[in-house]
Write a protein that binds this ligand. Structure first.
Ligand code: TXA
Ligand code: MG
Length: 342
């Protein structure tokens, strides 16, 4: 299949969106930018179209997709009922990087939800995604636009690398503002529970809802035989080819540890202003704050492979700061939970 790449902005007119919208209505898959990461979109009401997403990604069939809508009004038809909590959350965080998991309506094909009785829905704030949903006139099921297991794409170039020849059209809306995927919140339970942390933080959710639990799988590997509340949690994720090792401790101890362990192909990932004394090449992945770290994390993980890195030691973000939950969750998975204390 030939893959076209088209640059799109919010300022473009409907004619610029026409091709992508027509492809989506015809049951094809289109890669689109969102404020979190790029997504691989298809008409959520068309089971055959959604199947093509799984094929393009090489995604396991039992991992459900998020349905994207353009406004809160479009939520009700997808669900078996919209609780008051969802209304309050939408008023505060939509459009934006919050996904709500609710009991599903019969209109959603089983392939979207991997047979679950719930559906995950979000309303992206990226103007191109928002316009595309409106122009297509249907809700769009979309996972992240990476090959299954790879870091999520935060630039069109990442999508081109993974999806060239696999989808007819990739929309280039520039780099993603957030850089990590949306917060996934289960509302179909007694106490709302965060299944995947994102940049809508747990504290922000608690500010609206009161009690909110955080699923064990967020910071710990699943116990053998345990069932994942969010099927995505059980898969190896976000992994570059290079081996990632998180090193927890202060900067001086980090440098001593890395320099002693260095061999061919060793890299380091450090915070802004650091790098002094390192005997290995390094990458900077932000100031030690969650928004700048999340914006660059996946881009940096992918760069390691381009640079031929075999191993990378990564400075550990503060683990007792709950705002860092999303970055820690992605980093722990990229590192297969390997953390060294120095
Ligand atoms: O920011 C995002 O959420 C991006 C952009 C493209 O919107 N999308 C994204 O999709 O990250 P994906 O498929 O890579 O991750 C969806 C996550 C998976 O962990 C999946 O298991 C979970 O959401 N999920 C989807 N439907 C679910 C459901 N009904 N119940 C529990 N977890 C669900
Ligand atoms: Mg994904």
């Amino acid at each position: 299949m030939k893959t076209d790449v088209q640059k799109l902005t919010a300022a473009d007119g409907p004619e610029q969106y026409a091709r992508a919208a027509a492809l989506l209505r015809a049951g094809e898959v289109v890669a689109m930018p969102t404020e979190t990461v790029y997504g691989l979109a298809a008409n959520a009401y068309d089971g055959a179209a959604v199947k093509k997403i799984f094929e393009a990604k090489g995604r396991p069939q039992d991992n459900p997709l998020i349905v994207h809508i353009a406004s809160f009004d479009e939520l009700a038809p997808l669900t078996a009922g919209v609780p008051a909590a969802a209304e309050r959350l939408a008023a505060r965080f939509w459009p934006g990087p919050l996904t709500m998991v609710l009991p599903k309506s019969d209109k959603i094909p089983d392939v979207v939800t991997a047979g679950l009785s719930t559906v995950a829905v979000r309303c992206p704030s990226h103007p191109v995604a928002n316009r595309l949903i409106r122009e297509a006139g249907v809700p769009l099921a979309a996972p992240s636009a990476n090959l299954s297991g790879k870091p999520s794409p935060t630039r069109a170039e990442h999508v081109i690398r993974d999806m060239n020849g696999r989808v007819p059209l990739i929309l280039d809306g520039g780099p993603c503002e957030e850089g990590v995927e949306s917060t996934v919140l289960l509302l179909a339970s007694d106490v709302p529970r965060v299944l995947r942390p994102g940049n809508v933080t747990v504290d922000q959710l608690r500010g609206v809802l009161g009690r909110v639990d955080v699923d064990d799988a967020v910071l710990h590997p699943l116990a053998n035989g345990a069932e994942a509340a969010s099927p995505g949690m059980k898969y190896k994720h976000y992994s570059p080819d290079a081996e990632i090792i998180i090193v927890r401790g202060d900067y001086r101890d980090f440098v001593a540890y890395v320099n002693a362990a260095a061999c061919d192909g060793t890299w380091a990932m450090v915070f802004e202003g650091e790098g002094e004394g390192l005997a290995v090449p390094y990458m900077i992945w932000g100031n030690d704050d969650y928004r700048s770290m999340s914006r660059r994390l996946f881009d940096d993980l992918r760069s390691l492979d381009e640079k031929g890195a075999r191993r990378c030691f990564v400075r550990c973000p503060e683990t007792d700061n709950s705002d860092n939950l999303a970055v820690l969750n992605r980093l722990l998975r990229a590192a297969a939970f390997r953390v060294v204390d120095v």
